[in-house]
Ligand binder design. Sequence first.
Ligand code: SF4
Length: 391
Amino acid sequence: MAIGQLHPVALAGVEPGDASLGFYVHVPFCAQRCGYCSFNTAALEAGAMARYLAALPRELDLLGDLPWARRVRIATVFFGGGTPSLLAPDELAAVLDRLRARFAVAPDAEVTVECNPESVARAKLEGYRAAGVNRLSLGVQALDDALLPRLGRLHDARGARAAFASAREAGFGNVSVDLMYGLPGLDADGFARAVEAVLGWAPAHLSAYALTLDAGSRWAAAGVAGLPPEEAVVEQYWRLARAAAARGFEHYEISNYARPGFRARHNLIYWRAAEYLAAGPGACGFVGGVRYANVRATPRWCETLEQGTLPVDASETLTPRQRLAERLILGLRTADGVPHAWLDERLAGDTPLRRRVDAWRARGLLGETGSGVRLSEEGFLLSDALFVELL
Ligand code: SF4
């Protein structure tokens, strides 16, 4: 793997293998930072959003000037953060208009905006819809009014419910809700009540991630009291899996559940190890076998663009072996699994690993899909152990 500086001009030299790409836009601001969060985001300060919004179109222009940019089609756009719902509808519309001016965005492109409940109301969401947004991802995380402020969230349970209702009133049929489990002070019954409440709203999609104390978060640095034991976290995983199945959701990725026809198309690009461009501070893209990462610090990202240069900071070119491992690991995150041929290629000549994979099959953690293999729901739960082996 070659890791290092990628001269921005080098992005012109890579050739996308896919005709359709995803496009990720990172919005690096939040009203306040949550204790568990390690994302590239900071509390919004005066003037910062205006500078960011002046720089972002420059990045879209520079990416749009790449020699191959006109040959690809953008199939999905995802505004993530941070808190993209801090953007006013006209600000979001201007970004999307610039993207459409520079790239061929498919008429049926999935366009998602991550929203925090306290920052959305019906009028704003109607504006997003008019701008071309057709999917919302609502960061609810929990519905316990004692727990939410502890997490650093600014909404309460009622506000979360109201935000979901506003999304429906604004005409969004495709709304995803984010929940977290394994939270401090939240037992399995409390989590199950939140799951039932959210499923009762009838979202199209549900994402649920177990709390992890990632480096860069306040909780990782300072610790947090009241974390549930491992077996309680596992119980919460199963309570969710069963409740979602009972409501007709497909558990199509380790942490994601969808009603039929509502899988997250943008995230599927990641899990299929397919290609996507990215803009915004710290955003990572993957094109032509090259993974690149933008400058993380928002002021420096702005400066670079103000000087007329793509803010690419580093890149890695994956070796065929790394590419295969990545495809296996990402593909095995999904219910679609991976083709037999990929796993066979990885296991060729590695008898100890083949034996361990056979043991997974024997335990029912890995099963057949017809043309390939996939992890069972129990296998999803234990997947990290297998992924380490496949690297
Ligand atoms: S979890 Fe979301 S809202 Fe909280 S700090 Fe991180 S990006 Fe911002």
